[in-house]
Ligand binder design. Sequence first.
Ligand code: ADP
Length: 612
Amino acid sequence: MGMADKKKSVLAQGRSWLPVFAGASPAVMIFLVLFALLATTVEGVGLVLVYPILEIMRSGEEPAMLAQKSEIFAYIVRAFEFCGLPVSLASIMVMTVIMVIIRQGLTYGSAVNRAQFSYDAVAHISNRLFRSLLNADLMVVEQHRTGTLINAVMVECKRAAMLALSSLNVLASLIKLALFGVLMLCLSWKATVAGVIILGGVGFFISRRIIRRSRGLGSQMSSINDALGRFTSERLRLFRLIKLARTETVEQQLFSDKVHVLSDLNTDLTRSAARLTALTEPLGVIIALVALYVASQMLGMGLSEIGVFILIVFRLLPVMQELASNLQQAASYQSSLTYIAGIIDAAERATEQDDAPRDFPQSLKTGIRFENVSYLYPVSEEHNEPKPALEDISLLLPAGKTIALLGPSGAGKSTLIDLLPALKRPSSGRILFDDVPANDIRLSSLRAHIAMVSQDILIIDGSVEDNLRYGNPSATAEEIRQAARDACADGFIQALPEGYDSVLGERGARLSGGQRQRIALARALLARVPVLLLDEPTSALDAESELAVQQALERLQREHGTTIVIIAHRLSTVSHADLTVLLDKGRVVACGTHHELMETAPWYQKVVELQS
Ligand code: ADP
């Protein structure tokens, strides 16, 4: 990692604390800390009240008499009188019980608050992550593996939120420790100092080692979670291949290896936590005994004071345990925050801007002009040698015409199409819609005027109507019908058990390839946009449907002057085009009508010969 990278990741970590805490309302956070403060105060008061109870029972004297002998007793008597309460054994006992009840109420409130805080933090972090991805440039999302993003949203967000909670718990424990510390100091500062010195020395060494180890384990946990997420999402997508290649056993072993690493890591983390808990108590007892020895043998503290001292020390032990285990947990969750912060940071730095000044031209008159457009994919793990996917393209796609893009695979056809709705932005050169540079057109306006049917299966798990309406929420039932008819989809939709209300399943699992294609086409036609981008929309259709779709497109063009750009794989598509653009290795090698190309482009002639 270079210096700059290191700096960046530290920055990302620093920034990332914000979303974790920004999710919780400040009120909840203040309450959390206040509750801890109040609960401890109440508990402390309750504990101190044991002293007069013991003292009255031991000596059998009246409180007023005892107050003259002991300073603590004098405070208690004054506090009772201040509240207008009688000072007697019974009233002190009742007060002790009241304190316990109040403390339990506060504990209850704090438990609810804590839960609310952590759930709010999870919701906030995952919302922020998802929003940052939605608003980011397509390439940023594509550069992350699906499994990584799912793992981030589902697993790491929770762990990062737990980090926020454990940090807050650490704060609460520290407050409790400090308050108990003050109480003990009041009882005997020498005994307290003796205890704290031992605690500081031994505790620091033990917990530092365990915490460092937990941080390492947490970081391994994040990477194995990521690997597992990526593996699972990819293998589920490749189910067909796995079945046909008969690699079930191999895949099972790969999965099992990862899951076992994860379970081993979890065990190791639990072991660390348990070790810490196991060590805290004996350590606490040793400290208590040393303090007691100092108190009784060297300082000559009274029996009742020692009793209260012991009580406080025993209430202190769980707080110490809490502190240690929260420190340990915080350490183990730290990597999740880094993981999430890295993704949020990358996504937020690539947020698409929607603040360009102009609207898409009212009606496209000249067409779409490419001026020396080049596109270079960003360097990634797989493609580390930047080779332009498009190089110096200058081209006019005339308005109201059908333009076919033809060329071998890898020629840059899909990349070119992606540039039009600014899913990608040219690395150099520019694209103009009539005379308006694409960069000057508001992104939302640009995309509202361009529809695309790609080869990916873009079907959501909803009804046919939900799918058609997606992106066009205001379309009427009749418009939806008409678009489906134009895409030759109405027939098969009507034949589905529930017609337009039939649910299509994930990725349109209940449809054939051709049917999915027609749904996607109908959705694009419904938008009635001036520019239609199609990636061979009829490749999976039978000859009859293909002809019908072709006619629908021609009608659309006649009636609405739509500009249609089609990636063509078949000659039948090209022969209907007004203009064919031949691409190879990212460059335009020829451009013209069918007849022109037959005469001038040898590659085109070869394709025509092969296909006919
Ligand atoms: P076509 O659609 O004509 O098959 P593409 O536009 O998909 O071609 O690809 C053009 C070039 O860009 C190819 O060399 C391909 O390897 C490269 N390419 C495509 N997608 C990516 C990507 N996400 N990252 C890096 N390179 C890519």
